[in-house]
Write a protein that binds this ligand. Sequence first.
Ligand code: BGC
Length: 737
Amino acid sequence: MKNLLFFACLLLPLGMHAQQEEQRINDLLSKMTLEEKIGQMNQLSYDRSGDLDAGIRSGQIGSLLNIVDPAEVNRLQAIAVKESRLGIPLIIGRDVIHGFKTIFPIPIGQAAAFNPGIVEEGAAIAAAEARSMGVHWTFAPMLDISRDPRWGRLAEGLGEDPYLASVLGSAMVRGFQGKNLSDNTSIAACIKHFVAYGAAEGGRDYNSTNIPPYLMRNVYLPPFKAAVEAGAATLMTSFNDNDGIPASGNTFLLRNVLRDEWKFDGFVVSDWASITEMIAHGFCADPKEAAMKATNAGVDMEMVSRSYIRNLPALIKEGKVSVQTVDEAVRNILRIKFRLGLFDHPYVDVAKPSVLYAEAHLKAAQKAAEESVVLLKNTGVLPLNNTVKTIALIGPMADAPHDQLGTWVFDGEKARTITPLAALQQQYGQQVKINYEKGVAYSRDNNTSGIAAAVKAAQSADVVVAVVGEEAILSGEAHSLAAWELKGAQKQLIAELKKTGKPLVIIVIAGRPLAIQHELDAADAMLYSFHPGTMGGPALAGILFGKVAPSGKLPMTFPKEMGQIPMYYNHNNTGRPFRGNETMIDDIPLEAAQTSLGNSSYYLDAGAAPLFPFGFGLSYSTFDYTNLRLDKTTLKQGETLTATVTLKNTGSYEATEVAQLYIRDLVGSIARPVKELKGFKRVALKAGESAEVSFTLHTDDLAFYGIDMKEVAEPGAFKLWIGGDSNTKLETGFTLE
Ligand code: BGC
């Protein structure tokens, strides 16, 4: 009872605060004309023509994006606050996706670190830098699950797994928004793109998706739900139509799921012109119908396409959109403006010392880059030791300051980027000679004339470090690829370097999983770095020389062949699962009988195993998992279970391992995946050191949307694994009663 009273007292001020907030919103709303309300729902992109001033003054514009000049932000804000009738401040948005000035690894790279801590810190740093320049709101995190390396935007996402994306996406929301949205180091997050955008058919951007209800609930929606629970202030609808309904017109998802079920109280913004694009989709006849469908579906703010401002007055007059619906949208928008403290502190403090590129920010970006690098192969050449006197540093990505920043970098600067070449020269130039040759000028370059010089440099070196991959422009929005091998003459470059017989270290810097089988065969060691950002050079140099042992794990399955796509670890089993010992194409006898190969689900020419499974990543050290045990083997609803494993660093380097826990629900009311990630921990161990690593699972963690479309943990038998990747074999089991 005492406890109850205590909690009631704690909740009281919170409840009061929310009440006061709603009171303030309603007071303001009651003074607004219909035109002013619709103005709040209108977001435009900044341009310098000066035409915006009048629109802001008359209350026709509620938000701007793409303005990062603090003096200009203050000038426009002053028009909103002092010259518009009700003085409602603008909310300024910007795509701050993986850093503002200090650029962190692209999100898929951050995901490879399996570390919510660095994701949160990176977002907090981005927020502090951005808000210092007058940005109040970012369009991140992108929570689109993607299982298709062709899709260029997977670079902006957190991988193929709903649990990983939920944990990291929530961390990113917390990082951007801080303790209090009104702090001058916080910005509002925008979870996007709602929803299923990452499942674009064929991996071609903007393409239709066809995600059925169970899959939607169990794979595509969970990261959004988790981020709403983490307090995300805003949400963006996606470009795709799912099963025929464009996301900006999807009433069921925006009202029933987001508002009614999840109790989201922030505001919903469309994607860039995604409302009027419903005309091209064939879902609306004209901008007026698009405005009607989007408003009624629950899109509160329209990004740039002006169908609301032009058509809502008439739609309301005609009774096709209700004043209530508009009020609701405006309430949602004002709520976030109040929470951001914009009514009390509308201006950027231009006198404040700059936090851009602060020392601590660069350090954190370097740490994030270090943790995001995945070691895929090592025959022992890494880390480089002191017998190495000359390095041939080759390749188009070794000194590509623009490209290593990756996609969605509007504000980062290549002049502040430290490349592998610069870092190696600065940090190791005294102890080793670095002979740098591009070989191939840029990743798509077909010109082979530079390869001879690269080979020459390789011949006189102790080790060759080839840095290949993809320019930034080859991933990101609208940058899908149908072929995903190394582009240009890079394959030839690697083949020629291999012929020198020198130890060959390949570093791939890319925006997506690439086809790397050939390069892997050629390499003595391979490091995979998703575009690593401003401090990618020092991070990679430190890893090459063993200052840091790699600890990244793949946040996506790496298929062997494009034709295996979609390929993801948490698939269903099928009725005729792949066994792994099937006859492959080269072993099929001539005129073999039709049924002689058996009947299992695989490709004759590629099997059904990936090149690397989800969660895979080596270290300079080795790790042993033993003694997997549970504190109980039967579990009742509402209980928790603790799984513990002994993890030993059996190698000779101090290193960090990402221990991963997977489960399988053996029988469900709908078929369940063969494995599902349910926990992970980064564990740092000295050489020879052991630790007991424990994970606690609540029965809620076993829940999924089953046949009744309710989220429940269904009774029955479960398998449980702990190990270093999704292919781990260390297994036990338990039963849920
Ligand atoms: C993208 C969004 C982005 C918006 C604003 C759109 O093209 O899909 O992710 O936030 O532009 O720049």
